[in-house]
Design a protein around this ligand. Structure first.
Ligand code: HEC
Length: 101
């Protein structure tokens, strides 16, 4: 598991570096972290898909994610996703999602 996480980190760094080399501006970290959510919640958190995330406050999204992470809420799909992130990463992606109209 830790190998996988480390490998993912290397890939994310490599992607970040190549993008910043090309476009001179790195993608917002929050969007990069949240892009994992687009498969189910729609691109940039806007449907079609499960519940729309765009338009919610950062505090609301973060609270939901912490509840999923604890395993006390949801049917298990979101728990697995929420567990993959640190608190700092959850805050970062929640605050980015909250900027989406
Ligand atoms: C494999 C599909 C899938 C992915 C990927 C996914 N989600 Fe979800 N999400 C769901 C489902 C299904 C629900 C409904 C809650 C439940 O019953 O567990 C949900 C519910 C939620 C809710 C609660 C919404 C509400 O209105 O109550 C939030 C917030 C949320 N997801 C955020 C995220 C974030 C942020 C990510 C990326 C880190 C993400 N999800 C990735 C499937 C997914």
């Amino acid at each position: 598991m830790s190998h996988l996480l480390r490998a993912t980190g290397v890939i994310i760094c490599a992607v970040g570096m190549s993008l910043s080399a090309q476009a001179q501006t790195a993608p917002p970290a929050g969007r990069l972290l949240a892009s994992n959510c687009f498969q189910c919640h729609g691109t940039n958190g806007k449907g079609p898909g499960f519940d729309t995330l765009a338009g919610k406050s950062a505090a609301e999204i973060y609270k939901d994610l912490k509840e999923f992470q604890s395993g006390k809420e949801g049917n298990g799909i979101m728990a697995k996703h929420a567990m993959g992130y640190t608190d700092a990463q959850l805050l970062s992606l929640s605050s980015w999602l909250s900027t989406q109209p």
